[in-house]
Design a protein. Structure first.
Length: 234
């Protein structure tokens, strides 16, 4: 039986090559013989690695034709999708879709948090906004991103829905990278500070509709800034 570590190594490298664009959607991946020679492992090891990627719907086998790469929309492994989003070549599409996902989840979380958030959490939100303002003044992007992520994390947990926090945990690495890229633009920082202040005030009012609208406005501004101030120049 092939050692799992070797199977994982072969599967990871093939996935890396797929994400890098060497094998785009619809492309045929190398056969067992070529991969076993490349990695200096048995064909059984390669076969198990391929089965791993097939189980995640990254690859599909067509009898008599070969093994093909599936479109990202068909992948079922969240970890693989996140790797593609953070390391892949089509970062523009991934960035937009990430905001769309955040919009669906965070507006609802903010609406729930309005009636459940504690006074201490409200104080923490305003403290994070103050930290964002301070970081903006001295152009400390890392500190700005840290405060930004922490602000949203408070709301997710204040929603009281355990599934929301669990769903967002794997996204943290990708969100941190995306925030670092977009927050390097001073105008985007200014927009974010204004919207975060409005969200904190809406939550302080305990008005669910107002809180949802404030978060939705922030997500729309984030999407507009991404398109107009980041992607347009690329």
């Amino acid at each position: 039986m092939a050692r799992q570590s070797l199977v994982g190594e072969v599967a990871d490298e093939l996935l890396d090559r797929i994400i890098a664009g060497e094998f785009p959607p619809g492309a045929t991946v190398p056969g067992e013989h070529e991969l076993s020679a490349r990695h200096e492992v048995s064909r059984m090891t390669v076969r198990e690695a391929m089965k791993t990627l097939q189980a995640q719907r990254i690859l599909s086998v067509e009898r008599g034709r070969g093994t093909f790469v599936n479109p990202l929309s068909r992948w079922t492994s969240l970890e693989a999708v996140l790797r593609a989003a953070s390391e892949g070549r089509n970062e523009a599409e991934a960035s937009i879709q990430l905001i769309e996902l955040r919009r669906m989840l965070e507006t609802g979380a903010c609406e729930l948090a309005a009636t459940r958030i504690s006074g201490q959490d409200i104080e923490t939100l305003f403290a994070h906004v103050a930290a964002m303002s301070t970081a903006h003044e001295v152009n400390d992007v890392a500190a700005f991103v840290e405060a930004d992520l922490a602000f949203h994390d408070v709301i997710l947990h204040a929603s009281g829905n355990v599934f929301v926090s669990v769903l967002f945990e794997p996204l943290h690495r990708v969100l941190e990278k995306r925030r670092t890229e977009t927050s390097a633009v001073p105008a985007i920082q200014e927009h974010a500070i204004r919207h975060h202040q409005a969200i904190a005030e809406a939550l302080q009012s305990k008005d669910s509709s107002r809180a949802r609208e404030a978060m939705d406005a922030h997500m729309q501004q984030t999407l507009d800034d991404l398109k107009n101030l980041v992607l347009e120049g690329k």
